[in-house]
Design a protein around this ligand. Sequence first.
Ligand code: S3P
Length: 426
Amino acid sequence: MDRTISNARQFCGTVSVPGDKSLSHRGLLFGAISQGKTRLTGLSQGEDVQTTARCLEAMGVRIERRTSEVIIDGVGLKGLRVAKAALDCGNSGSTMRMLMGLLAGQDFVSTLTGDASLSRRPMDRVANPLREMGAQIDLTETRFSPLRITGKKLKGIPYSLPVASAQVKSALLIAGLLAEGETRLTGKIQSRDHTERLLPYFGASLREDASSITIAGNQKLQGVSFDIPGDPSSAAFWLAGACVVGKGSVSLDRLLLNPTRTGFQRTLTRMGAQLIENVVVKAPELAGNVEVKGSMLRGISVAPHEVSSLIDEVPMLAVLATYADGITEVRGAEELRVKESDRIESVAINLRRMGVVIETFPDGFRIKGPQKLTGATVDSFGDHRIAMAFAIGALGASGDTRILNCESVNISYPEFFETLERLTLG
Ligand code: S3P
């Protein structure tokens, strides 16, 4: 599915973005291994989250989808059954990596596969520590999926995370729940902290300080009710749109405001946009309303330590940088090269097609703005966030922009283009 996006004269309205993808995966997974029922409202309807649900169902978990809620019948930590076929994780790195942690401690063998993009993403970062915990994991070409996990009795380990990845951290905390003794994570633990917040909500205890997270094994989880707030990574497109289209204004309600996820909002404020935030819910996750009024933006530098709090929003930031006055530079973002596409490369190819000069580095990019975007044909590279970032960029470009392969938006935001149309009509 290709889309043609034209220059927009206005951009305003109210949006309830879909439930957060990271929380949706975790709600399903933790609900599945709890005792009793878990009731989730606001679950993301994107393909990635449906993939997690289908994998759990393939292992015998009952998931009832009602109009406004999803009920998961927990089977307990060790109640999963071996799936009849390989578990297809589709495009979802979160599904594959967190399932690896869970399956490492089961007493059966599982095979995990994914689509072409997922099959190029590194899985050794999860497999290596899980092997130290005792699991047997066979990867393709020592790094990739398809992969096979022979579950074992795990033992807790101390482990220093070499990459700031919440997926790896979460996989190890889940495996830690199934292990004998304690698992203590140090190193690059500063990434989104939903697993650390939600596991205690489901009744498990964790110990955290500034440099470590420790979880003891053999703890039971108890089913909960949880209203999943809106996804800040989806909201980022509307916040950016209000700035791209002159004096746009957008209100977002029930948005997740966890500080490990709101780096894009902080960056946008530093660039000169006016954001007002109103906290409504405090636990287990901060959530509330956000209003943005677009204004002239200035370029900024994003430091390596800030990157993880806006990692999925960097493609949008790169496009936005062409509208800002001065230099925008992002460094320390080498993880972008191993996402659904190589996002530094995808962004650079598309921006150049639209006439923009961008300098890239192994770990980021530099753009001197403002530069006028010229409508052109660009590609999503099968990556949902690239498709959406360029759809927003196109709103301020001269002439029409054709975006190829836009079906990728279904991964996280199936109603993205409908909402875009509504906001540009004003
Ligand atoms: C996610 C963590 C991030 C992020 C991804 C979702 C999660 O990936 O990019 O979209 O839910 O834990 P990494 O853990 O690989 O950094």
